[in-house]
Design a protein around this ligand. Structure first.
Ligand SMILES: [Zn+2]
Length: 292
């Protein structure tokens, strides 16, 4: 089996980020972020087209209502449309029943716009964790073919540090689903979350590249799942009034992201996550099983 790289984009307006949940943004600011989200996502579509790369977009369900043309254009360009929940609340806010409603609401809203099944999911802030393991059962029951929400790292807000770093079957309570975890770089018994975020914006691109190379050398199926957000490619956007650490984490290195993405897109091939998930299943390759 070959090695796969996936560029995924979590499509949300900037004010929806976890660090901003306590803030009360004005309707004008939210409108501005919504306009910027569409503009930047369209720039990313152009960038992907120039590099002849296909990507996966996990989209907040409400955006299917507010920006149906954008969602349709993402799909029409040949990219995968996946779900990023209905309104970007973390899984911790739900019961299994209310999570099912939220998930189906986003799935159906996106499907209505693109006229195709939505089978991939990314939880807001990687919030599929031990205490929300029932989410796996709900995802399997709702017809999702794979999930990409379990980050095998130690972090203050998310992560399952002992989860496998390569594709695996994850069991919640009684159902299982294929998991495509974001890329980590194993150094001195630590899993560094080099798939995106600060590791993409702050550190030299060589750190992410080292993670990609290490992944390419790992046992098949080797899948390097990267993640980005449209707002990370908009250095001019108005800043949210975040506390100091959150502010630094959120805005560091934003002026170099477009060039960095370009460089990544040009030196390797990228596939849609759904195609990778199907190729893995069709190959019959043995994957680890992991009880969340
Ligand atoms: Zn998100």
């Amino acid at each position: 089996m070959e090695q796969f790289n996936v560029a995924s984009f979590d499509v949300e307006e900037h004010h929806r980020i976890e660090a901003a949940t306590a803030l009360n943004c004005s309707p004008e600011l939210k409108q501005d972020y919504a306009r910027r989200m569409e503009h930047t996502t369209r720039q990313l579509l152009d960038q992907l087209a120039d590099a002849k790369a296909k990507a996966t977009f996990y989209i907040v369900g409400q955006i299917a209502h507010t920006h149906p043309g954008l969602v349709r254009d993402i799909h029409a360009a040949g990219h995968e449309v996946g779900s990023h929940s209905w309104d970007h609340r973390r899984v911790h806010h739900f019961t299994p029943e209310s999570f099912r409603d939220d998930l189906l609401r986003s799935k159906h809203a996106l499907e209505d716009v693109i006229g195709s099944p939505v089978v991939g999911f990314r939880a807001p802030t990687f919030s599929v964790m031990r205490q929300t393991n029932w989410a796996i059962d709900v995802l399997a029951e709702c017809g999702f073919e794979y999930d990409s929400s379990i980050f095998p790292v130690r972090h203050d807000r998310y992560g399952v540090p002992d989860a496998p770093r390569s594709p695996f079957w994850v069991t919640g309570h009684s159902r299982e689903i294929l998991e495509l975890p974001p890329l980590t770089y194993r150094v001195m018994n630590f899993n560094l979350p080099v798939a995106g975020g600060g590791y993409f914006r702050l550190f030299p691109l060589g750190v992410m590249r080292a993670g990609l190379s290490q992944n390419a050398r790992s046992l098949p199926p080797a899948v390097a799942m990267l993640y980005f957000h449209p707002w990370e490619f908009d250095p001019e956007q108005p800043r949210l009034p975040l506390k100091r650490l959150a502010r630094w984490r959120t805005y560091v290195g934003m002026h170099r992201t477009t060039a960095r993405l370009n460089s990544l897109l040009r030196d390797r091939e990228f596939s849609r996550a759904v195609d990778v998930a199907r190729a893995i299943k069709a190959s019959g390759v043995e994957l680890p099983h992991f009880q969340l």
